[in-house]
Design a protein around this ligand. Structure first.
Ligand SMILES: Nc1nc2c(c(=O)[nH]1)N[C@H]1C(S)=C(S)[C@@H](COP(=O)(O)OP(=O)(O)OC[C@H]3O[C@@H](n4cnc5c(N)ncnc54)[C@H](O)[C@@H]3O)O[C@H]1N2
Ligand code: MOO
Length: 505
């Protein structure tokens, strides 16, 4: 293991020689062959999509018309990586003229709301805390000490205690509501009772920052000590300190995290109004795929069937089914047209090989091709289509890393819109090593994050998952590549940003 591998820490080789340049040449060559053999067929759906793009009738996210791009020698349909993501993000809104996520909000119990999006602002249903409470175990006291201590103490969860009179104290537990006319709480370690049962404030170490959320001692008030008195309000959490009933705590569109669940419960909610997860049906194409055991006789293991469902859930989807579909046009046609999912996600069959049935089937259905190829490596044959009102099809290429690329380029923004989730804040980091670029296309390259740099990983070829399985993010390498230290956009992988338990629910 060399130094960079040791830093990467997972035994995965960092891409000191970031990419095998042959990969790119092979892809280029394949694309040229593809073009020569008629990927630009007279397919009317594709022609429509192409014409609308060429005619400049598809404005970009800001309503501007994108400048005409020079035709590429290898793939005249392809959109740039950024354009493709914008189209995918806006597709679900644009179809119906809606500006928001298309599904009606549903109330769901807190126990099942994790990972959903708030359809309405979270508004406090109560003051928090709902009554004045003790922030410490000790005594509720009234006025300056010493104090006569009541016999019966106050525990959390009990009804209101009778008011204290000046010079009185009562034992109190953290979280218990303080009796009326309490002026402060004296921590148990800051008081002692004398032989007559009277409570005195004792010398104490300087107070730690108060757990009540306010300074435990207002400026200018001396700390509790023998003969001294306790600051007014000390260690009392006043009613409404965190919020008042009716106050807006979180906006609509917030992702329901464990902390949101906790806040909602504290604020009085039993159910939350959320947007339903978009339902995704996964169709895994390929007669060569095995679901168990070792590869044999030209058959290989299906890597996408196990990988996609949890990843899709992390992107906000509900996976309704994963079906294996034979390399047969009629079977694929039936599988797509019978699906009631919001999004059909196919894997494989996007290219122009003898059993690549995705394009012809979309044509037969009369689907509208919104994205037909993207200037990105790997994954350039990926596509997005509208198959019917309110149903989309994302076609992921079969090569596994190309499928990941399609997932993050097209499925992620589409599902994000459908789920009503906010867009992640884009961010950049310097890439430690140079990464060779594709001449025209964006590259997505697995990286690990170490300190304040990202290390490109090897094993980033289209058919390989070894790099991405060890990665924290994918670097968005612009055409032409990056220099060492160049600030580069990163796409976080869900397990790196949220932890497996949080995001794969
Ligand atoms: N003449 C051309 N051929 C190809 C081109 C091209 O431009 N012209 N592009 C290449 C690129 S780039 C990609 S990516 C693939 C996309 O192909 P498909 O989407 O049609 O996928 P398949 O041909 O079905 O499979 C490709 C490859 O991936 C393997 N595969 C498929 N599914 C799985 C799975 N679930 N788990 C693991 N591996 C899978 C499959 O066995 C093939 O090896 O097309 C190139 N060809
Ligand atoms: O480049 Mo493909 O798009 O090999 O994955």
């Amino acid at each position: 293991m060399n130094a960079s591998e040791a830093r990467a820490g997972r035994g995965t080789e960092a891409a000191d020689d970031a990419e095998d340049p042959d990969d790119l040449h092979v892809e280029e060559a394949l694309a040229l062959v593809n073009d020569a053999f008629g990927r630009t067929s007279g397919d009317p759906a594709r022609a429509r999509a192409r014409d609308s793009r060429r005619g400049g009738s598809r404005p970009d996210a800001d309503g501007r018309r994108p400048a005409a791009r020079p035709a590429r020698h290898d793939d005249r349909h392809a959109l740039s990586w950024t354009e493709a993501r914008t189209v995918a993000e806006h597709a679900a809104r644009r179809g119906t003229g809606r500006r928001t996520a298309p599904h009606a909000p549903v109330p769901v119990p807190l126990g099942t709301a994790l990972g959903l999006t708030l359809a309405a602002p979270l508004t406090a249903l109560t003051d928090l805390p709902p009554f004045d409470t003790s922030a410490m175990d000790g005594w509720a006291v009234s006025g300056p000490g010493p104090w006569a201590v009541r016999e019966e103490g106050v525990l959390a969860g009990h009804a209101e205690h009778p008011p204290l009179t000046d010079g009185e104290a009562v034992r109190i537990a953290t979280g218990a509501r303080v009796p009326p006319d309490t002026t402060a709480v004296l921590r148990s370690e800051h008081g002692r009772t004398d032989d007559n049962g009277r409570l005195h404030a004792t010398a104490s170490r300087p107070s730690a920052p108060s757990r009540s959320g306010t300074p435990s001692r207002p400026p200018g008030v001396s700390r509790a000590g023998a003969g001294s008195t306790v600051a007014h309000g000390q260690d009392i959490r006043p009613r409404g300190q965190e919020c008042r009933s009716g106050e807006r705590l979180l906006p609509a569109g917030t992702l329901v995290t464990p902390a949101v669940l906790g806040l909602a419960a504290a604020a009085g909610y039993d159910t939350l109004s959320t947007l339903p997860r978009p339902r995704v049906e996964v169709l895994v194409l390929g007669d060569e795929l095995l679901t168990a055991g070792l590869p044999h006789d030209g058959l290989i293991r299906d890597a996408l069937g196990p990988m996609l469902p949890p990843w899709l859930r992390a992107l906000g989807a509900e996976v309704t089914a994963v079906r294996r579909v034979r390399d047969d046009a009629q079977t694929l046609y039936r599988a797509i047209t019978r699906s009631g999912a919001d999004v059909v996600l196919t894997t494989g069959g996007t290219a122009a090989g003898p059993v690549d049935h995705v394009h012809p089937t979309l044509h037969r259905i009369g689907a509208e091709l919104l994205v037909d190829g993207v200037e990105v490596r790997p994954g350039h044959p990926m596509l997005l289509a509208r198959t019917k009102e309110d149903q989309y099809l994302v076609g992921l290429p079969g090569n596994p890393l190309a499928a990941v690329s399609g997932l993050l380029t097209l499925a992620e923004p589409l599902l994000r819109t459908l789920a009503g989730r906010p867009a992640p804040e884009p961010y950049t980091m310097p890439l430690r090593d140079a990464v060779q670029g594709h001449p025209q296309d964006t590259r997505l390259v697995p990286v690990v994050l170490r300190g304040d740099a990202a290390l490109p990983l090897r094993y980033n070829g289209p058919a390989m998952l070894r790099g991405v399985a060890a990665a924290d993010a994918l670097a968005v390498v612009p055409p032409g590549g990056t220099r060492p230290g160049q600030e580069t956009e990163l796409l976080d992988l869900p397990w790196a940003s949220g932890g497996i338990g949080v995001c794969f629910t």
